[in-house]
Design a protein around this ligand. Structure first.
Ligand code: BTN
Length: 258
């Protein structure tokens, strides 16, 4: 275990820094299965991630040396499967709160766990769990944050942003990592203490477009609606023409940001 000087009890105390890897999530999953028991809170970070993975089998591309590509290892055995979405909530709150230390205004969580600044994505989260019976055995929390990348490719320029684009100055990656560890630990311990309502309440307050009329697409159908909440298992609740409808991830697209 490496010794680090982070002010946390366990998150980031075992920190493995890599120059280059396909994906920090892949590396951490392999490490966990080959060296059980791996210390909870173990963190992998890489300068260059050349085959980063995003949600729904998307790729996650990032300029080497400029951004955060990291994965954190937890064993949330205490979390029943039907509460799995609360891990998403805890991690999204942790990432957004860590960023808000540097960018106090405009950070929100786009359901289910994209991190936004105003109308652009600044970070994404990919959580990969293994299960044991009706609980979660291990969880690899992958986090990608755009920090010092000034330019994005033409295909995502209109919907991606970074800390440097917002603040017009660069920020030390390890300063943000330090805050990330602090807030990951904070929200993980809140989750462990079972304060589900408290977490949901904070999540709703941070939710992008909450209670605002916006455009969405489900399949071929475009509609306007207003987000009213999130169900226990994570479905998004949108009021459409006075009727509350529930949407699963993958079946809904936020169209105004396209
Ligand atoms: C998304 O918004 O699609 C999720 C992106 C998650 C990217 C991070 S970068 C570190 C970790 N390793 C991966 O391969 N993916 C996640």
């Amino acid at each position: 275990m490496q010794n680090n000087t982070f002010s946390t009890l366990f998150v980031g105390q075992n920190l493995i820094k890599l120059k280059e890897i396909d994906s920090t999530n892949n590396f951490l999953k392999d490490l966990a299965s080959n060296s059980e028991p791996l210390a909870e809170g173990t963190v992998i970070m890489a300068d260059n991630q050349y085959a980063g993975r995003g949600q729904v089998e998307n790729v996650w591309q990032t300029e080497p040396g400029k951004n955060i590509s990291t994965s954190v290892y937890f064993r949330p055995f205490f979390l029943p499967l039907h509460r799995q979405f609360y891990l998403n909530i805890a991690v999204s709150l942790a990432v957004s709160e860590a960023l808000m230390v540097f960018i106090p205004d405009g950070i929100s969580i786009k359901w289910p766990n994209d991190i936004y600044h105003q109308n652009k994505k600044i970070g994404g989260i990919l959580i990969e769990n293994t299960l044991s019976g009706s609980s979660i055995k291990t969880s690899v929390i992958g986090i990608g944050l755009n920090i010092n990348q000034e330019e994005f490719s033409a295909s995502i320029r209109h919907k991606a942003t970074s800390v440097i684009q917002i603040l017009h100055r660069s920020v030390e990656i390890m300063d943000i990592m330090d805050k990330l560890f602090v807030y990951m630990e904070k929200y993980y311990l809140i989750l462990k203490s079972g304060r589900y309502e408290f977490l949901m309440d904070l999540y709703m307050r941070q939710l992008y477009l909450f209670d605002k009329l916006a455009e969405y697409r489900q399949g071929e159908q475009f509609f306007s609606g207003s987000i009213k909440g999130v169900a226990e298992r994570g479905q998004l609740l949108i009021e459409v023409d006075g009727i509350l409808k529930s949407f699963n991830f993958k079946e809904l697209e936020f169209t105004h940001t396209k």
